[in-house]
Design a binder for this molecule. Structure first.
Ligand code: DSN
Length: 457
């Protein structure tokens, strides 16, 4: 008899097929990505790295044929070396990086490895406040990193943009070793140039190098497609990301670095910005991780190959176009949006200001009609982490399914109707009274969703 787990996977397939995914950090992978991830590569151990030298001109066919020298601790590496090397080279091409580490199991692991590569215990890091859109790994007191390093937080201003004046003031008043631009709930395009110039001033003041790190987990796919500026082109030294959001790969992490690429087996080099690629490799393995997940790395390589194609650029453009239309339609229906709209794939709405309801209630009500987003705290939120006033939504997944501007208007209409029902119902329990109205919207959502199949289902 088949394991019960497969029943549950089938139920999840139905949920994904019949609903619409608006969580801005989720996406649907292609069938080839799924195939690589579910492959027999999961059987193989391969601590260490494939060689980084010797394959000229990004010649993929050569990489796929050549037996590369390697720095591995196990035999039988002939195929995984080539696969991992393909993943590294494709990531470098996508992001214009000197080097890439494709082994981090997640974005959190990627960030932790960068901290470990560059910082000493007690060093100061300047990063975005979690309550203003930063990420847990950017200094939240509940994380391990926050116990080792000292995080100083900058926030956003009244327009929802990064408060660059505060960022500069802090960089010049606190002896920071690392400045981080990154977020998981932010809808503007950062001014990377300005941050680079703040770093220059701070380096002069403190008399030492400061690492510029960008955590672009949310917008990496937009960067890869050239529809969002690339921090590495402005002088950032490191860019971390997850591979499963706008980049549309398997669940995992990735670190791009600029600097000198070299053997991870040699003695740990001096902590200079130039040595960052080697320092990061050593910090991932053996610093913070053991065996790499080569089946996931293979799926990353396939996804990077897809992202290098022209169709991906068109996809990324549509993500942003859809998000802008959805934001405008929601505003017409009474939604108050953080930053008054969006410049990327993500929208933050203040449900308390818009309809006098909290974000969690709205999240639950939308779940009942097959629309999935997440409640999210807004700057100065009085509701706390578990009952915040905001919600966060985005367009990467629905754009993958092929929904366009026309469907954004329908979607906004459903969202406005559900918000108004919530305002009348006043509490989640009160929604029972409006079951018929919600069921009707649910049937419409299902009908539309079924017209736009999930690629790998
Ligand atoms: N959990 C991710 C997100 O939803 O944005 C961040 O790691």
């Amino acid at each position: 008899m088949k394991d019960l787990v497969f029943d549950l996977i089938n139920q999840e397939k139905t949920r994904q097929r019949e609903g619409l995914e608006l969580i801005p950090s989720e996406n649907y992978v292609s069938a080839p990505v799924l195939e690589a991830m579910g492959s027999i590569l999961t059987n193989k151990y391969s601590e260490g790295y494939p060689s980084f030298e010797g394959v000229p001109d990004w010649d993929e066919t050569k990489i796929a044929k050549e037996v590369l020298p390697n720095y591995r601790y196990y035999g039988g590496q002939i195929n995984v070396d080539r696969i991992e090397r393909l993943a590294i080279d494709r990531a470098c091409r996508l992001f214009g990086a000197d080097h890439a580490n494709v082994q981090p199991h997640s974005g959190a692991n990627a960030n932790e490895a960068v901290y470990y590569a560059w910082l000493s215990p007690g060093d100061k890091v300047l990063a975005m406040n979690l309550g203003h859109g930063g990420h847990l790994t950017h200094g939240s007191p509940v994380t391990r990193s926050a116990h080792i390093y000292k995080f100083v937080a900058y926030g956003t201003d009244a327009d929802g943009d990064i408060d660059y004046e505060e960022l500069e003031k802090l960089a010049l008043s606190e002896d920071v070793r690392l400045i981080l631009v990154g977020y998981s709930a932010f809808m503007k395009i950062p001014d990377f140039k300005r941050v680079v110039s703040i770093r220059e001033k701070a380096e002069k003041k403190w008399g030492h190098e400061i690492l510029l790190m960008a955590d672009m987990a949310h917008v990496a796919g937009l960067i890869a497609a050239g529809v969002h500026p690339n921090p590495l082109e402005f002088g950032f030294n490191v860019m971390t990301t997850t591979t499963h959001k706008t980049l549309r790969g398997p669940r995992g992490g990735l670190i791009m670095t600029m600097g000198k690429v070299g053997s991870p087996l040699k003695k740990t080099p001096e902590k200079t910005l130039e040595n960052i690629p080697i320092l990061v490799d050593k910090a991932v393995f053996p610093g913070t991780q053991g065996g790499p997940l080569e089946h996931v790395i293979a799926a990353k390589a396939v996804a990077f190959g897809e992202a290098l194609k022209p169709e991906f650029k068109a996809y990324a453009k549509k993500i942003v176009e859809n998000a802008k239309v959805l934001a405008e339609e929601l505003k017409k229906g009474g939604f108050v949006l953080q930053g008054d709209g969006t410049e990327n794939h993500l929208i933050l709405a203040d449900m308390m200001k818009s309809f006098g309801i909290d974000g969690k209630m709205y999240e639950k009500a939308l779940d009942m009609v097959g629309l999935t987003l997440n409640a999210n705290a807004l700057p100065g939120d009085t509701g706390g982490a578990f009952r915040p006033n905001g919600v966060r939504l985005g367009t990467p997944a629905i754009t993958t399914r092929g929904l366009g501007v026309f469907e954004m208007k329908i979607l906004a209409n459903w969202m406005i109707k559900v918000a108004k029902i919530c305002a009348k119902a006043k509490s989640t329990d009160g929604l029972d009274k409006y079951k018929d109205d919600l069921d009707k919207i649910h049937a419409e959502v299902r009908e539309l969703a079924l017209k736009f199949p999930v690629p790998s289902l």
